[in-house]
Write a protein that binds this ligand. Sequence first.
Ligand SMILES: Cc1cc2nc3c(=O)[nH]c(=O)nc-3n(C[C@H](O)[C@H](O)[C@H](O)COP(=O)(O)OP(=O)(O)OC[C@H]3O[C@@H](n4cnc5c(N)ncnc54)[C@H](O)[C@@H]3O)c2cc1C
Length: 223
Amino acid sequence: MVGLSISQLHLRPHVVVLGGGYAGLAAATRIGRIANVWVTVVDVRAAFVERIRLHQAATGQTLRHFPYREFLEQRGIRFVQAGLEAINPDSGTLSIRTPCGDTLTMSYDYLVYALGSRQNTDAVEGVREHALTLDSLEAAKAMHQVLLQQRSSSEVLVVGGGLTGIETATEVAESFPQLRVKLAIDQPFKAQNRSGLVHAFAIRIWPSAVTTSASSKLPAAVP
Ligand SMILES: Cc1cc2nc3c(=O)[nH]c(=O)nc-3n(C[C@H](O)[C@H](O)[C@H](O)COP(=O)(O)OP(=O)(O)OC[C@H]3O[C@@H](n4cnc5c(N)ncnc54)[C@H](O)[C@@H]3O)c2cc1C
């Protein structure tokens, strides 16, 4: 069992928040303010990643460094850097793995599960093999390296008209004006005739093109 002494455990309930993203940090700080409990945040990383700014990392901008320990300990919240391996509800314990590779057991009275979501790279054929994603800081940095290697006027095709797609397409167009950036959106939209916007539902990603449900092929040096 890590961290808390037996006397601490008997004094107050122990709330463990799994995940230090937006949801986990908001939950931990609020619970810590309103309840008479011990709060521990567990995250596999040592520092918070601002996911909503990953498109900026993909264009070479440096994101703010925001270490968890300092932020949380100032608020009376303990931080443990570890990856979750298993939840054992019968015993009220977690198995976690530290960065050194040790597997530890942590007990909890209440658990907040806020591990976020991951992109499904198997939903469209070819994504896993040929497309870049913006799922993590590492993926964003890898995208930046690929963008740097492109020839002038290469086509960058961003698929998906949600927040991530729109922000990525506009950020890449602004930071790499020599590239031709296109945004493929599967719903009809008012600004459809604007250059750079395509109404298309991607069904297959190839190394340098994307096949759409209308059987057309959109060229893309970077899909
Ligand atoms: C480029 C981009 C732009 C976006 N723009 C916007 C926007 O403008 N507005 C908006 O509302 N949303 C936006 N989003 C979506 C937004 O980022 C997510 O909705 C939000 O991050 C979800 O927060 P979360 O706390 O649930 O998960 P996350 O922020 O993903 O946090 C999960 C945490 O859990 C940790 N973790 C995961 N697995 C484990 C494990 N096994 N063990 C230990 N720790 C683990 C991770 O390290 C991470 O710190 C954008 C996303 C992207 C990628």
